[in-house]
Design a protein around this ligand. Structure first.
Ligand SMILES: Nc1ncnc2c1ncn2[C@@H]1O[C@H](COP(=O)(O)OP(=O)(O)OP(=O)(O)O)[C@@H](O)[C@H]1O
Ligand SMILES: [Mg+2]
Length: 269
């Protein structure tokens, strides 16, 4: 927010509203416990983090530190045990499953490590799946799905089934599917975890493009090379925020360049 607009908002007494409306995601002391027969797993023990609109965050941390748990909460795939989760200014922490499903379909695109495509369906049909569940399938929507397929570079693969595609191509279908409702933010859990470095680079280029078009991106990764391409790295440890660091713009460009050179070198060998 510029100083001038800050003054204006202060004069209007709307500082808090203005500030929060610029956040895509805000968590306050967010906790998630899984109650099992013999024990309670405290997967998230109080995480407070703010993600401004247009940010690009990589979540890192050891296995079991709570990364997927946090991403699933952000994606409204699960409900927190306590604390607050505010998405686009709306507190979703206490919403019912039905209400969460509605928020999910309106605001969120989710990409999984294992793509989660339906094997019997073609590329276009897989992209159409969320619309099918919302009862919104028609010629205009089909055209939109074909355009999305073309956008992720699969315009000539519309009738292929997942088995007939490479891992990177399958992940591109999953990304296209996540964009079908024009979400405000895209959440991805280890989206390049199953991909080689060249294909990883293609997928990261796609995330760069999405972020440049104004979408907020949060992804979970174990890979330094992937995290360096984000604008910011949030680390979790034992269900708590361990660090929160911004990547410099030069660092991001250098990471992209380094990846390109590495790929070129491997291809020459
Ligand atoms: N549905 C569940 N029921 C019970 N415990 C769970 C459940 N999901 C996750 N956990 C536990 O919560 C903790 C955090 O799990 P989470 O999947 O968020 O870790 P992670 O950081 O994503 O790990 P990884 O890098 O291995 O994917 C772990 O101890 C895990 O065993
Ligand atoms: Mg995980």
């Amino acid at each position: 927010m510029s100083i001038a607009s800050e003054h204006l908002n202060a004069a209007l007494g709307r500082v808090a509203i203005a500030a929060s409306s610029e956040l895509a995601i805000e968590t306050r002391d967010l906790k998630k416990e899984y109650v099992l027969k013999s024990e309670t797993v405290r997967a998230l023990r109080g995480v407070s983090v703010s993600v401004p609109v247009g940010d690009y965050v990589a979540i890192m941390g050891p296995s079991g530190s709570g990364k997927s748990t946090l991403l699933n909460l952000l994606g409204c795939l699960d409900q927190p045990t306590s604390g607050h989760l505010i998405l686009g200014g709306e507190d979703v922490s206490k919403m019912s499953d039905d209400q969460l499903a509605e928020v999910r379909s309106k605001k969120i695109g989710f990409v999984f490590q294992s793509y989660n495509l339906i094997q019997q369906l073609t590329v276009v049909e897989n992209i159409q799946v969320p619309l099918f569940y919302q009862g919104r399938l028609g010629p205009a929507e089909t055209k939109h799905c074909k355009d999305l397929a073309a956008m992720v570079g699969l315009g000539d693969r519309l009738d292929h089934r997942p088995m007939q595609l490479s891992g990177g191509q399958q992940q591109r279908v999953a990304i296209a599917r996540s964009l079908v409702n024009d979400p405000e933010f895209v959440l991805a859990d280890e989206p390049t975890g199953n991909l080689d470095s060249r294909t990883t680079d293609e997928i990261l280029a796609l995330f760069d493009a999405l972020n440049n078009s104004g979408r907020t991106i949060v992804l979970v990764t174990h890979e330094d090379e992937v995290a360096k391409r984000a604008k910011r790295i949030v680390r979790l440890k034992d269900g708590l925020l361990q660090s929160d660091v911004r990547n410099s713009e030069e660092g991001r460009l250098a990471a992209a360049e380094h990846q390109k050179q590495m790929i070129a070198a491997i291809k020459e060998e």
